[in-house]
Design a protein around this ligand. Structure first.
Ligand code: CDP
Ligand code: CDP
Length: 226
């Protein structure tokens, strides 16, 4: 049978990575957080004080930046070369600059090619912004996960408070909406629903409810192709 791949796209804090991770675990597939790859490059670019408008400088940096995800008891760890960056790539500074770095067409080309190479190794659940449209256009199942902006901002707020971070809900909401707008309106593979994607609005759904829905879609697909 052809490889079973699942693409999950959607705006910030819709629950993509939480849900993708669980779905991958249930189905015995690999999970790949493509946002972490763009965040890792952004982190390195900030460390090196690069001009984030300079695509050539970003490409040179990316060529020297090996991004890996060594798995550790189901926890996703992110490494750049030999350095762990799991937490630092979630900082406010990285979050505020990652959309600019991700808007460069040739940076995206290189990232997409790395992501497709990882997908070649076996069935995968990938989450991001262009997975159903560009990275895995033949995925067996494409999900476009959304939730209201208020609910998404609240989710991110609660998560930040739990981690002991000092954040303002207003600032977080404004930053999140600005990032979504940037991601949806960039020229190079903007965030949009693939024509054949199933849209799930998770505003009033729990994590488990969304996971169960996706597992049902996956089961139905597998029945059909048998
Ligand atoms: O988890 P959160 O929704 O905050 O974002 P993320 O998935 O970590 O992605 C961070 C940023 O990377 C997004 O806002 C996009 O600018 C970019 N991104 C992208 O352009 N394409 C992807 N496939 C994944 C992320
Ligand atoms: O990957 P993405 O940015 O789309 O979202 P996430 O990081 O998976 O989820 C953001 C937060 O929302 C996490 O704290 C999840 O536990 C929470 N969440 C939720 O409360 N209800 C859902 N249905 C989905 C996610």
């Amino acid at each position: 049978m052809e490889q079973f791949n699942i693409a999950i796209d959607g705006p910030a804090s819709a629950g993509k990575s939480t849900i993708a991770k669980q779905v991958a675990k249930e189905l015995g597939l690999t999970y790949l957080d493509t946002g972490a790859m763009y965040r890792a490059l952004t982190y390195m670019a900030l460390v090196h004080k690069l001009n984030l408008e300079d695509e050539t400088a970003l490409l040179n940096l990316l060529a020297d930046t090996e991004i890996s995800f060594p798995s550790n008891q189901g926890m996703q760890h992110v490494f750049i070369n030999k350095m762990e960056v799991t937490e630092v790539i979630r900082s406010k500074e990285v979050t505020q600059n990652v959309s600019l770095v991700s808007s460069h067409k040739n940076v995206r080309k290189k990232m997409v090619s790395r992501q497709q190479k990882i997908a070649q190794q076996g069935g995968i659940v990938m989450d991001g912004r262009d997975i159903g449209t560009v990275v895995l256009p033949n995925a067996a199942l494409k999900i476009y996960l959304v939730a209201s902006a208020e609910e998404r901002a609240l989710r991110r707020y609660r998560e930040s408070i739990e981690k002991g971070m000092q954040v303002s809900l207003e600032e977080l909401t404004a930053d999140m909406i600005a990032r979504d707008n940037y991601d949806m309106n960039r020229e190079a593979s903007p965030l949009k629903k693939a024509e054949d994607a199933i849209e799930i609005d998770s505003t009033n759904l729990s994590i488990n409810q969304v996971v169960e829905m996706i597992l049902d879609y996956a089961k139905n697909y597998q029945k059909k192709v048998k």
